[in-house]
Design a protein around this ligand. Structure first.
Ligand code: SF4
Ligand code: SF4
Length: 316
């Protein structure tokens, strides 16, 4: 289904961070698609187009089954081809041109932690050991952060760059991926490999989750969550009921994102503070537990409460 199928039901609005912040329908899938149906140009829609966090909340709400996030990526690509956001295009393209390693990794399980998690080596070591119960788990040499940014913007990834990223991962049976955009594409690129969202995998470990309590706000990583919403909501509901912890779920049972990481980190369009206000609204909490290091960094900067990564609970 394409944007021409949008009938303006507005279901996508309430879970959309763009709309929550702007309270202007132009900043929503509905606004974007209705504008295009009335011949708006890429220039007209560029501010909303580049504000989208690609959190995926709208994808699961749309009754027309429009793949909204993929449509937005295609529209960004078209906007670049019209010379819109040329500086951003150049910045991401130059990141993709950087050399990378093609060394093969021998272990059965590989973690792609991403830049933010790598900044905390002790946490990373904990995660490696938590996920190594059955087999050794190695760290990737290349996180593909540049590829994730290209995926967010529809920028073309050269065959050489993609090969250098995928080749070392080919022999692994399972991959734990921190970045939700990468996870979605890796499912297409490596169909024979078992692929897991890193934060969600940690949330399955009872040695960590038994330490959650009713005064905790548990932050689900939004992008990976919305990719497999039907399966994951059951798990998180069970966790919430077992431990009594609170979660960043809105009224439509979507995960509210922090706006940390990804494109919004290199070109801030949405305010993290506004996301936090929304996330914290109605919660009386003493501690915040995150699945994703980018979310943790945003929360630590913006509020006085202790913020722990779920892997840190092993020591709590
Ligand atoms: S992906 Fe998220 S930010 Fe983008 S339009 Fe959908 S709900 Fe809004
Ligand atoms: S939910 Fe889908 S059909 Fe409804 S307004 Fe949003 S994009 Fe259009």
């Amino acid at each position: 289904m394409s944007h021409s199928n949008c009938h303006g039901c507005s279901l996508c609005l309430l879970s959309c961070p763009m709309w929550q912040q702007q309270r202007d329908v132009q900043y929503s899938p509905q606004g974007l698609f209705k504008a295009l149906q009335h011949n708006a140009t890429h220039d007209d829609i560029a501010p909303a187009l580049f504000s989208c966090l690609l959190c995926g909340a709208c994808d699961i709400l749309c009754p027309e089954n429009i793949d909204i996030t993929e449509t937005i990526k295609t529209l960004r690509k078209e906007a670049f081809s019209h010379g819109i956001e040329a500086e951003l295009n150049q910045k991401i393209t130059s990141l993709l041109a950087q050399p990378s390693s093609e060394l093969k990794i021998e272990e059965n399980s590989i973690i792609l932690p991403g830049k933010a998690l790598r900044e905390n080596p002790m946490r990373l070591t904990n995660i490696q050991s938590l996920l190594s119960s059955e087999a050794d788990t190695a760290l990737s040499l290349d996180d593909g952060d540049d590829i994730a940014l290209a995926l967010e913007t529809g920028i073309e990834i050269s065959e050489h760059r993609l090969h250098s990223f995928l080749e070392p991962l080919q022999g692994a049976k399972r991959l734990y991926v921190s970045n939700g955009h990468l996870l979605k594409s890796l499912r297409q690129w490596l169909p024979a490999t078992e692929l897991f969202a890193l934060g969600h995998s940690l949330s399955l470990l009872s040695e960590l989750t038994k330490k959650l309590n009713k005064n905790d706000l548990y932050l689900i990583e939004a992008r990976s969550f919305h990719l497999d919403h039907k399966q994951k909501i059951t798990h998180y509901d069970r966790l919430r009921h077992q431990q009594g912890c609170q979660m960043n779920l809105d009224l439509q049972r979507n995960a509210i994102p922090t706006a940390g990481g990804g494109l919004n980190a290199i070109k801030p369009m949405l305010e993290s503070q506004e996301q936090l206000r929304w996330i914290l609204s109605g919660h009386n909490i003493e501690r915040i537990i995150v699945e994703c290091s980018e979310d943790g960094a945003v929360m630590s900067q913006a509020c006085d409460l202790p913020v722990l990564h779920i892997a840190d609970l092993v020591e709590a």
